[in-house]
Write a protein that binds this ligand. Sequence first.
Ligand SMILES: Cc1ncc(CO)c(N)n1
Length: 235
Amino acid sequence: MNETSHGTVISTPCYGHYFDQWRAACTVPWQAYTQHDFVTGLADGRLPRAAFLHYLRQDYIFLTHFSRAWALAIVKSDNLEEMKAASATVHALIHDEMQLHVRICAAEGISEQELSTTREAPQNIAYTRYVLEAGYSGDFLDLLAALAPCVMGYGEIGARLAASKPAADYGDWINTYASDEYQALCRDVGLLIDNAITTQLGTTAEATPRWHALCDRFRTATELEVAFWQMGLKG
Ligand SMILES: Cc1ncc(CO)c(N)n1
């Protein structure tokens, strides 16, 4: 549960059982990520426009690599259900989420050509290559643990900000992640994680030797999200 500046209590959306377990195992970095100053600035409109645009340009590149990482999840899938869920996420990233970036930047006079030639910040390289590497050297679960903080973290942030009467400045961004479509995507990914863990690790996954390694991957990706916001703020 979270309390907004208006005193309204908002419950955190529930995306899945094992996602909840992973998040509960790293509450400190998870808070640093979902309640970062960048996020507060999006809500109250105090985030400088230049920092937002710098972040968006980096995030456009981030999303191209992130789409590749989800495509790798198709490769690492065990069955058609997993392939369907991973390919739906690839589609949502490329066709829906990246359009937000293209739209906002176009309104600011930044073309898609310019977006695609953005030079990657080291924090961007660190995060995207960490996730891709989790998939290259690990299995489907390693990859999902590294992918989850990104998808669900933004879902949680979007839902919380939209319910907190945010300033209008970053409404388009907030509404994208608070939208029914994005929230449904988070639940689908939550279900994908629950089914894959149960299939591979059984019903007492927390007691298996793999468990801590998966929690560590989730934590590292969460820490890399914090560094990504920080990179954005320094614009
Ligand atoms: C850095 C980052 N994390 C998560 C998301 C959500 O897809 C995003 N667009 N960018």
